[in-house]
Every structure is written in structure tokens, then in C-alpha cells.
Design a protein around this ligand. Structure first.
Ligand code: SAM
Length: 287
């Protein structure tokens, strides 16, 4: 029997002697131009996509990450969402959730074409929306892509990996400034912002840099069993729209209309929308 362990301890990781182990039925690996891609067929988590040794997504718990990177922002808009930009997101789960809000178009800029091709083939329940006619796939560096964009997008979602390799530039203040420029005045920016428990320094840095750029910055949490420590965060930022500003009655109505069209979600609901923004004290305590 084969076992795979993700050893924590890379760049930005506060845990240095911990890992997460999966019982594996079969494994396939491949070196792409940008990273080491590994697909595991596991006993408990279905197929698991691993990039450079770090678990990116599993068939069993991907719904939590993908619902939570998309729906809190989408339910903060009271108007129709027209143009969306996703940076990274090669497995397609973020686009799948976005399309439930019926945007006019989604540009997805992914640096590694092979992650997209591989996910289309091996992870169809996650990637099936990537072929939708509203989705424009662009293969390139998301950092470069936003540089010359102005006032184009309602929503920008950064669905990237840890701050090493090609993702590193997606954690910098200058990138956040370009994203703000690429947004409409009432646009919203969302990024995954690492584990406040296992990568607390990186999480705090993301929030700090975003606070230099946007007027409203709201980190929020979700429980994701296969990410380091299970405690995961995202951060939403905007100059105009506050996710906590939405009236519960209006949000409840929007959510009921959404469920009538799309069926129920598995993690996000209006109570989660408000509760996710409650952050335990230790996260921002000084040492
Ligand atoms: N859910 C994941 C997590 O937090 O572990 C992220 C998943 S997604 C597969 C991350 C993607 O970001 C990868 O496919 C990687 O190729 C892509 N990526 C990394 N740096 C990028 C960049 N500068 N521009 C565009 N895509 C990038």
C-alpha cells in the first residue's frame, strides 16, 4: 500500500514538523514547465491534485474552498455581475461556482496550461465549466495580465497557490494596486489568504498590504480539512462594497432566489456569510 505525505515547512509556513498523509491507490506524476504535477487516487479523498508537493484540491472537500472563494463576494453585489477575472484557478472549481451567478463573461488567466488540460481530463466534476462559452481561457502570468487593465472588471478572484514560484508575485502590494485599477469603482477583489494558524505571517501580510490599497478589507474563514491545520482564510477588499453591509433580509432573499435556480450549496449560506468574518483573537495579536 502506497502512502503520500505533504510535509509542511516550505516558504511562509509556521509549522515545520507536521504533515498530512493520504492512503493512495494509484499515483501519476508529471513535470510541467512551471511545476511538479501529481495526481493521487486516494482511499478517503477521491482524486487529489498536488502541485510542487502541496495539496491543491481534493474531490471530497473542494466544494468548501470553491464556494467560499466565490459566493461571499457574489452575494455582496446587489447588481448584476458582468465581467469577472480569475487569476490561477486551473482546476476550474472557481469558474464552476462563478457561473451559477450568471456573469456575462469570465476571463481566467492561468500560467500553466497543463494544469487546465489535466484537470479537464482527470477532474471533470471540478473542471466541467471551463468549456462554457462565457469562459475565456488565457494562458499566461496573471501578474502581467492585470498591468494594463483599467476599470474593466466587477470582480477579481485570485485562486493561486502558496507564495512560492509563479504565485509569489500575486502576494505583492503593487499587484493589488493594479488589480484595484483593473476593477470598476464598486468592484470587489478576493484572494485566498493562506492558513491563519499554519501560515499566520503570510496571512497577516496579505491583509496588511491590501489595507494599504483598499478602503474596506475583510478577511474571512472556512474549514478546509486537507489544507494545513484545516483553518483557511480568504480576504475580500473593495472601496465601496462591504460584505457585512448587506442587510440579512436582502441577502436571505437573494440566496433563496439563487437556490431556486441552482439548488442548494453545500457549505455557503447566509449564516455562514456573516459568521465567516468573525476572526479569533490570536490571529492579529502581537507576539
Ligand atoms: N486551491 C488552491 C490552493 O489554495 O492550494 C489553488 C488552486 S489552483 C490549482 C492554483 C493555480 O494558480 C495553479 O494551477 C498555478 O499554475 C496557478 N498560478 C500560479 N501562479 C500564477 C500566476 N502568476 N498567474 C496565473 N496563474 C498562476
Amino acid at each position: 500500500m502506497l502512502w503520500f505525505t505533504e510535509y509542511y515547512g516550505g516558504e511562509g509556513m509556521d509549522l515545520k514538523g507536521t504533515g498530512l498523509t493520504f492512503k493512495v491507490r494509484s499515483a501519476f506524476s508529471k513535470k510541467t514547465r512551471y511545476q511538479e504535477l501529481l495526481l493521487l487516487d486516494t482511499e478517503d479523498w477521491g482524486k487529489v491534485l498536488v502541485l510542487d508537493g502541496a495539496v491543491q484540491t481534493t474531490e471530497r472537500d473542494e466544494f468548501i474552498y470553491h464556494e467560499m472563494i466565490v459566493h461571499p463576494a457574489c452575494f455582496t453585489f446587489v447588481r448584476k455581475i458582468e465581467k469577472v477575472l480569475v487569476i490561477g484557478g486551473g482546476d476550474g472549481g472557481t469558474v464552476r461556482e462563478l457561473l451559477k451567478h450568471n456573469p456575462l463573461s469570465v476571463d481566467m488567466v492561468e500560467i500553466d496550461r497543463e494544469v487546465v488540460e489535466f484537470s479537464k481530463k482527470e477532474l471533470p466534476s471540478i473542471s466541467f465549466s471551463l468549456g462554457d462559452e462565457r469562459v475565456n481561457l488565457i494562458f499566461g502570468d496573471g501578474r502581467e495580465f492585470v498591468r494594463d487593465k483599467e476599470g474593466v472588471y466587477d470582480l477579481i478572484i485570485v485562486d493561486c497557490s502558496d507564495p512560492v514560484g509563479p504565485s509569489k508575485v500575486l502576494y505583492e502590494e503593487s499587484f493589488y494596486r493594479d488589480c484595484k485599477k483593473a476593477l470598476k469603482d464598486d468592484g470587489i477583489f478576493v484572494t485566498q489568504s493562506e492558513s491563519p494558524f499554519a501560515q499566520r505571517r503570510v496571512h497577516r501580510q496579505v491583509v496588511k498590504e491590501l489595507e494599504k490599497v483598499f478602503k474596506i478589507v475583510r478577511p474571512y474563514l472556512a474549514f478546509i480539512p486537507t489544507y494545513p491545520s484545516g483553518m483557511w482564510s480568504f480576504t475580500m477588499a473593495s472601496d465601496r462594497l462591504d460584505p457585512l453591509g448587506a442587510a440579512p433580509s436582502a441577502l436571505g432573499r437573494l440566496y433563496r432566489e439563487f437556490v431556486e435556480k441552482n439548488g442548494n450549496l453545500k457549505y455557503y449560506n447566509p449564516e455562514i456569510h456573516y459568521g465567516a468574518f468573525a476572526i479569533p483573537n490570536f490571529v492579529y495579536m502581537e507576539e
